[in-house]
Design a protein around this ligand. Structure first.
Ligand SMILES: Nc1ncnc2c1ncn2[C@@H]1O[C@H](COP(=O)(O)OP(=O)(O)OP(=O)(O)O)[C@@H](O)[C@H]1O
Length: 328
């Protein structure tokens, strides 16, 4: 059994004032994915893609409009009593009483949590050990996120939901958070996180899914998601060379002297180009050849936009290999 199972999840926000069924806005449009036990899984997507709307259902805070969701084998909404004590939730907006101190806040939270960790221990864990007596309202944005995390960890959760955990954190805070999340994974905790920091997802996540307009449009390991994207070769042409003299089987886009080639066959295309250049005695200035990064994959997906007629088919969005032929 996977720790989290999502199958055909839909979530619709009804229009203000109720309205007829089918009115309102469907933020999640048939999402399926699963998170294995002890795995770090990142949910990525542009603003409004539907990440929080999805995670809220997994956290048991909202009922799905359609589809099924299981956390540790239970429905997090209707079987909340079984799921909630075994999960930790770090929401985007914590909202603590601002007059309490950090340790008072953690103690209050521990008081309503079964088998809670000692408050000071968990504050130490998230790097707030020296800030115990500071009032919450005096904490910086990044420190508040650490306090959010401390509260999410207080019940020793088996599954941890982190919604944009590092937003507002400085680079050191982000590094600490990443180290802590890895430690938790080593102890067997399953972590589902949303983030806008693609590098963070690339470094941390065992697997990830990219959402776009309520659908999962790419999923797998970073390598798998990136492998769907074309690699890029670029160089500057010598001034005395015309684009049509380039080897024709290599698709290229030309902008002045700058040539850019996108291909799923990096090695043979590069070989062909280099052999041609040697043959023709051409020097390719500023030559670069590299595989796609997660960031490129993400931006390409975001720019490709959403095509509703695809009906949630993830493969339909994978290839936007738009440039073919030589453009002068
Ligand atoms: N309570 C609500 N009522 C109506 N629409 C909503 C509500 N909450 C969210 N939405 C809409 O649902 C869509 C998805 O929002 P959601 O917050 O899930 O996206 P997200 O991927 O988490 O975005 P972000 O990265 O900005 O946090 C957005 O278009 C948003 O405006």
């Amino acid at each position: 059994m996977d720790a989290i199972e999502v199958e055909g999840l839909r979530r619709r926000y009804e229009a203000a004032g109720g309205g007829t069924s089918g009115s309102g806005f469907e933020a999640v449009r048939g999402v399926s994915f699963s998170v294995r036990e002890g795995e770090i899984f990142a949910l990525l997507g542009t603003n409004g893609a539907g990440k929080t709307s999805t995670v809220e259902v997994l956290e048991g805070l909202a009922r799905p409009t359609a589809g099924t969701v299981r956390v540790l084998g239970f429905d997090p909404f209707t079987q909340r009593a079984y799921v909630r004590p075994r999960t930790g939730v770090m929401l985007q907006e914590g909202g603590f009483p601002s007059e309490l101190s950090v340790v008072e806040t953690a103690t209050m939270w521990a008081g309503v949590t079964s088998e809670a960790r000692p408050p000071r221990e968990v504050l130490e864990l998230v790097g707030l050990g020296t800030r115990c007596d500071v009032r919450v309202k005096q904490l910086s944005g990044g420190e508040r996120r650490r306090l959010d995390l401390a509260l999410a960890l207080i019940g020793r959760p088996e599954v941890l939901f982190l919604d944009e955990p590092t937003t507002g954190m400085d680079p050191e805070g982000r590094r600490d958070m990443a180290a802590l999340v890895r430690e938790l994974r080593a102890e067997g905790t399953t972590v589902l996180l949303t983030t806008h920091y693609l590098e963070e997802a690339e470094q941390l996540a065992d697997r990830l899914a990219i959402m776009q307009a309520g659908r999962v449009v790419a999923a797998g390991t970073t390598e798998q998601v990136v492998a769907e994207r074309p690699s890029r070769i670029s160089f500057r042409m010598p001034a005395d060379l015309h684009a049509r003299e380039l080897p024709l089987s290599v698709p290229a886009a030309v902008d002045g002297r700058r040539v850019s080639i996108r291909t799923h066959e990096l090695q043979p295309v590069l070989t062909e180009l280099l052999l041609w250049a040697r043959e023709a005695g051409v020097r390719l200035e500023s030559l670069q050849a590299r595989s796609a990064s997660l960031e490129e994959a993400f931006l390409e997906i975001a720019q490709a936009g959403h095509r509703p007629e695809d009906g949630g088919d993830t493969s339909a969005h994978m290839s936007t290999d738009a440039v073919t032929g030589v453009w002068a």
